[in-house]
Design a protein around this ligand. Structure first.
Ligand SMILES: [Zn+2]
Length: 192
């Protein structure tokens, strides 16, 4: 009897040790798994970050180019004013039906979301416009849209020749764009 009780106690003790070993193995595995997930997340975040850094670098380069172009124009205007001569010619081309499209980077009604215009230039809010008539407005044409501002023709779409689609930042803005409607349009040319 005594030895049977002893055997049962030993068995219970052994089971306890066995169970606690199992639990600790399970916990270790769980920790390993969590650690792996954390490492993967971290790698993914680092990749995201370097992609964002690249994007930022490209944008800052573009911005510098745009800034330089603007400074050149400002210099020319200043010089022209000094010389008292006209260097820009505004050629009125008619009234155009203006709408807006957004630069959000996913494929939807506004475009493919590639971030590029049909001309290859990056789609830029407050700069790019898409036209229906590329003969009247070849890529690179600078236009003035009354009550909207100065824009650059960089894009096209399958729409009527009397329509201009103006790039804005967000889809929400595109849908509620304040410039929606008919506007007079001029082509701005440099007088050589
Ligand atoms: Zn949109």
């Amino acid at each position: 009897m005594k030895s049977r009780t002893y055997a049962i106690i030993m068995l219970i003790l052994w089971l306890l040790v066995f169970c606690s070993n199992l639990i600790s193995i399970y916990k270790t595995n769980l920790l390993k798994k969590k650690n792996e997930i954390l490492i993967q997340d971290n790698e993914r975040l680092e990749l995201d970050l370097s992609a964002k850094e690249n994007e930022f670098y490209e944008l800052s380069l573009e911005l510098k180019t745009t800034e330089k172009a603007l400074a050149d124009v400002a210099n020319k205007l200043e010089k022209a004013e000094e010389d008292n001569k006209e260097i820009l010619h505004f050629d009125y081309v008619g009234t155009f039906d203006c709408t807006a499209y957004c630069c959000e980077k996913y494929a939807h009604i506004c475009g493919t979301g590639s971030g590029k215009t049909a001309s290859g230039a990056p789609v830029t809010p407050d700069v790019s416009v898409a036209v229906g008539d590329l003969e009247m407005f070849p890529y690179g044409t600078i236009i003035y849209i009354e009550d909207v501002g100065i824009r650059v023709v960089q894009d096209t779409g399958s729409f009527k020749p009397n329509k201009i689609d103006v790039a804005v930042d967000t889809h929400k803005h595109a849908k509620n764009w304040e410039g929606q409607g008919k506007h007079k349009v001029w082509i701005i040319e440099e007088v050589k």
